[in-house]
Design a protein around this ligand. Structure first.
Ligand code: C5P
Length: 407
């Protein structure tokens, strides 16, 4: 949120005291906060306390000649990245739905072209009333975003139900998500770039019903494909068998065996960047049974393993048409960095993303990951984070590397 401008409209409700904390939470996240107090909002918090927390004076009345002279309500509405209404009272919501503009807050809400996030707060009976339901439906149809209201005890003694304003942290998080999504939309650092990504395990058939597999879930590779698409790249994801939906805006090619994965990768080259996150089986069965192998009294069948093609090494060592950046993964259960360095050399790729997949790490199938980015220039250890965050960080690094190699 660093440097983002937020216009916070504080309506007149008992929950207005929480908006003072919200100002702090937003500023902690690097936002610049400007506040408007409605006339009713005045009754609950003072312009002085609001102004002190924002670091600039609070705006109050449409016909305040001073504020019109300083900024003007149209500029207040435009010079912002997000408008938050907290608490959004039943009255303010009705005014928004009706398009009123008889005070500073409602005039700004009508004049702004920016996203508006409301945090409703009112008595449960008012929240449940047909008029409020209608107004909320209208606002949603207009694209207004909403956080809360929550269910629980109300400020009035003995009252409980749905109508409590969302907590400041929830509102700050909702604001952060909206701002991040819009900046991700605005910034497409990989626009025009083609990325080829592998993900998931491979299954190597023993016979038509049995196979050799591994515990890869595909979560990390799929998250990378999604992050690359969000960054504007043209993405082909070659996926082994996983229980995950195909990521949005990604061309997903489904394969089963390592040989099929190799073929699909070759068919989808050339690419600017190739990221091999799949846990490809190192060996397949030489001659899988064409019929189900029967249990016999003469003992267990002998299975002959044959080596699978190494997709990463093949692509990294292409003489012509090699992607500018070839990235491999190293899932290790011990000496993670040493093995990754050795792998970088042996496979001929540019980076290795190394992670500890020992059973204690919980990485296999889990949602979190601790990785080390290993390149010829050195090793960078990243803090533990979600697989989505690892994906976003990796894609940001890819975009930076492509930019650097161009200049
Ligand atoms: O050699 P190892 O399997 O540990 O190497 C892991 C890296 O190599 C991963 O990036 C994986 O996707 C890739 N790999 C591959 N084809 C194979 C084996 C591994 O692309 N047959």
């Amino acid at each position: 949120m660093t440097g983002k401008r937020i216009l916070l409209i504080i309506g007149g409700g008992i929950a207005a005291y929480k908006s003072l904390d919200l100002i702090r939470r937003l500023r902690e996240r690097g936002a610049r906060v400007r506040c408007i107090l409605t006339k009713a909002g005045h009754e609950f918090v003072t312009p002085l306390s609001v102004g002190a927390l924002c670091g600039e004076r609070a705006f109050t009345d449409l016909f305040d000649p001073q504020s019109e002279f300083d900024v003007g309500h149209i500029r207040l509405a435009r010079d912002t990245d997000l408008v938050i209404v907290a608490p959004a009272t039943a009255d303010l919501i009705a005014k928004m739905a009706g398009g009123h503009a008889d005070d500073l807050a409602s005039a700004i809400l009508l004049a702004t072209e920016k996203t508006v996030l409301i945090a409703p707060a009112m008595n449960p009976a008012m929240w449940a009333h047909a008029a409020t339901r209608r107004n909320i439906a209208l606002l949603k149809a207009d694209g207004v975003r909403m956080v809360g209201p929550n269910t629980g005890e109300m400020a009035e003694s003995g009252e409980s139900g749905t109508g409590r304003m969302a907590e400041p942290l929830e509102i700050a998080d909702a604001a952060l998500r909206i701002l991040n999504a819009s900046s991700a939309h605005a910034e497409k650092p990989l626009a025009g770039k083609r990325l080829l990504i592998t993900s998931g395990p491979t299954h190597e058939p023993i016979d038509p019903v049995r196979y050799i597999a591994n515990r890869s879930s595909g979560k990390q590779g799929h998250a990378i494909a999604a992050a690359a698409a969000q960054a504007g790249a043209d993405v082909v994801l070659v996926s082994g068998p996983v229980h995950l939906p195909d990521p949005a805006a990604v061309k997903t090619v489904h394969v089963t065996t390592a040989h099929e994965m190799m073929l699909a990768v070759k068919e989808n080259l050339p690419a600017d960047v190739a990221i091999f996150a799949a846990a490809v089986a190192d060996w397949g069965i030489g001659e899988p049974g064409t019929q189900k192998i029967k249990k016999t009294t003469s003992g267990a069948p002998r299975l002959t393993l044959t080596e699978n093609p190494d997709i990463l090494a093949t692509v990294a060592q292409l003489k012509s048409g090699r992607p500018r950046l070839v990235i491999g993964f190293a899932a290790e259960t011990e000496k993670v960095i040493d093995h990754a360095k050795e792998k970088l050399e042996r496979k001929g790729c540019d980076w290795i993303v190394a992670n500890d997949v020992s059973p204690e790490s919980g990485v296999m199938g889990g949602d979190r990951n601790t990785v080390h980015l290993v390149a010829a220039g050195g090793v960078e250890s990243w803090p533990p984070q979600s697989k989505d965050d690892v994906a976003r960080s990796l894609i940001a690094r890819v975009a930076a590397a492509l930019k650097e190699s161009r200049t």
